[in-house]
Ligand binder design. Structure first.
Ligand code: SF4
Length: 580
């Protein structure tokens, strides 16, 4: 990790702790030691301090202990030749700063009780923009959304965009993904929330754009909210810091967008957030912390262009896209899988030996494809007439941090049943021998080839959320495009098959069972080994292995083959036991 960023964060930690110590001493000189200290209407005291240490701050003098605790967390300064990795000290410095920021905010409320308007939405007419820490009523109402998945997490945005249009673009994209946008801090006096208002947006908890406060210390309200959710909904006990932080890392998909110059005060706040597993993405050229460790992937990513900020943040935090609706004009579901499109009902068709119909699924780089992009290149159903036979190439590109090329055939094979799930549409075969028949009823309902892309995008996200982040579908209907895709696909199929063809049963110690077609044949189980595919010929050993990795409780289960009983017949002890 960069010495520079460790230096900045540790330096920032010292600076923030010293400043707040000064503010606390001043408060102790001007107020009685038993003066009440609180965030409004909450039973979680100062929530970050309470949740992580169990300390209950109720009076001014109660602040002394957590302040000392923060000072105690500060690591030694970075010296000239420091060979230790910096992450541990950096995390401590960040946590010290977060504690100090929470004390600072408590002192602000003591000294200026009307600074925040403790309600869901600001009162702009009264000049009250900043809502401060959420009270317990808001926590109960909004926190449950983080638990049931209605809100997968939040974007803590500090600073300001270059102009209101960019602010609006970023914030709206987060809103579309159902994320909350927690705003704090200013950049050269400008704040993101004010830019949103200028761009005509409504702000407040009700629109998920929460104006916490104008300073970097107000960002602590976002962390306090997350920790209260862990205690309130996750049942984690105050003081159990490890569980609280892990709960947040695993369940609250949050991250920080730093818009503007990252000084030492922002750097230590970002370092503090890493303790929660929340990474920071900045629009400026700051030193990065890329290796994984605490956060799911990178910790600090710099120089992110504004148009990529949302996608990059979501990707780095490992937030999965959920597609709940399949927006096509026909009904959709397993109930339609066995439906046939007979001669009289047929409107048009592709494949089946008369024209070419090819399917290919390929892995792509994250930057290469756009999630949800569906294109039909060539004529679509409205351009065809009854009885037409057309060419079709279905090209699905998928990208994901956890995706491997071994998974490509597994996803490709889903195309068969997913198209069959569409009412009034029938699919037979796979690879370059597919056959799709579309009925008059489907066309009457407004079905187009694009809907195949909609289905594949949605279902791949729903069924393979663990391994993929982006799905782009292109449907070719011009003969020359389909021929080109088919040529490429055949090379891919050959390559995939050859990988297994070179293997023998003796090369592995695990075969796989397959029960994929038990909906048709309830008593049927295949054993798939490197030298023997399943009965259908569609599933080889490599496919079963990949399928098991994607879905460990799915239709392909490992069989430890054990001792060879008959080398001529290829019978193995483990396999026999499964059969029996
Ligand atoms: S391998 Fe066997 S169980 Fe699996 S789909 Fe093919 S025929 Fe069915």
């Amino acid at each position: 990790m960069s010495k520079l960023i460790a230096f900045a964060a540790i330096q920032g930690g010292y600076q923030v702790v010293s400043t707040v110590e000064g503010e606390l001493n001043k408060a102790l000189e001007t107020h009685n030691a038993d003066t009440k200290i609180e965030f409004p209407n909450t039973s979680y005291y100062l929530p970050v301090i309470y949740s992580l240490t169990g300390m209950k701050v109720e009076t001014l003098e109660d602040l002394i202990k957590p302040m000392e605790f923060a000072r105690g967390l500060l690591p030694p300064h970075i010296k000239g030749s420091h060979h230790l990795p910096y992450l541990g000290p950096l995390l401590d410095a960040g946590m010290a700063a977060i504690f100090a920021y929470e004390i600072k905010e408590a002192l602000r409320i003591l000294n200026d009780p009307d600074f925040y308007i403790p309600q869901e939405d600001p009162d702009l007419e009264a000049g009250k923009l900043w809502v401060g820490p959420a009270d317990d009523v808001i926590l109960r109402k909004r926190g449950v959304e983080f638990v049931d998945g209605t809100a997968p997490g939040f974007a803590a945005m500090v600073g300001a965009a270059p102009d209101p249009e960019i602010a609006k673009m970023i914030v709206e994209e987060y809103q579309k993904r159902s994320l909350y946008i927690f705003c704090a801090a200013n950049h050269n006096g400008k704040t993101l929330v004010e830019q949103c208002i200028e761009a005509g947006m409504q702000v407040g908890w009700s629109t998920r754009i929460v104006p916490f406060g104008p300073d970097i210390s107000s960002a602590v309200f976002a962390l306090g909210f997350a920790n209260r959710a862990a205690m309130s909904f996750g049942g984690v006990q105050p003081g159990d810091y490890k569980k609280i932080l892990l709960y947040n890392k695993n369940r609250i998909f949050a991250f920080i967008n730093a818009l503007g110059d990252v000084g030492t005060e922002w750097a230590c706040a970002a370092a503090g957030a890493v303790n929660w597993g929340f990474p920071t993405l900045a629009d400026t050229d700051i030193p990065e912390i890329l290796p994984t460790g605490i956060c799911t992937y990178e910790h600090v990513v710099a120089n992110v262009p504004y148009e990529e900020m949302v996608n990059r943040s979501v990707e780095v935090r490992g937030l999965k896209v959920t597609v709940s609706e399949i927006d096509i004009p026909c009904a959709f579901g397993p109930a339609f899988e066995g439906e046939r499109v007979r001669g009289d009902d047929l409107y048009c068709q592709t494949g089946g030996g008369k024209t070419q119909c090819t399917e290919l699924c390929k892995m792509a780089e994250m930057k290469e494809i756009e999630d949800g992009k569906i294109e039909v290149i060539g004529p679509d159903i409205p351009d065809m007439k009854e009885g037409d036979r057309f060419y079709l190439g279905i090209y699905v590109q998928v990208a994901g941090r956890e995706f491997q090329t071994d998974f490509e055939p597994i996803l490709e094979r889903q195309i068969h049943h997913l198209i069959n799930y569409i009412q009034y549409v029938m699919h037979i075969g796979q690879r370059d021998i597919s056959w799709v028949r579309i009925s008059k009823a489907a066309v009457e309902k407004g079905f187009t080839l694009r809907d195949i892309g909609v289905v594949l995008h949605a279902k791949f996200h729903q069924d393979f959320t663990k391994i993929l982040d982006k799905v782009q579908v292109t449907l070719y209907t011009n003969k020359e495009d389909v021929d080109k895709l088919t040529e490429r696909a055949r090379a891919e199929y050959k390559h995939r098959d050859e990988r297994v063809e070179k293997m023998t049963d003796e090369d592995v110690d695990t075969f796989y069972s397959c029960t994929l077609c038990q909906s048709f044949a309830p008593n049927h189980v295949c054993t798939v080994s490197p030298e023997r595919t399943g009965l259908c010929g569609a599933y080889n050993w490599m496919d079963c292995k990949a399928s098991y990795e994607i879905n460990p409780t799915g239709p392909n289960q490992p069989i430890k083959v054990g001792e060879c009983l008959d080398p001529n017949l290829g019978q193995w002890k483990g396999d026999k036991e499964i059969e029996e």
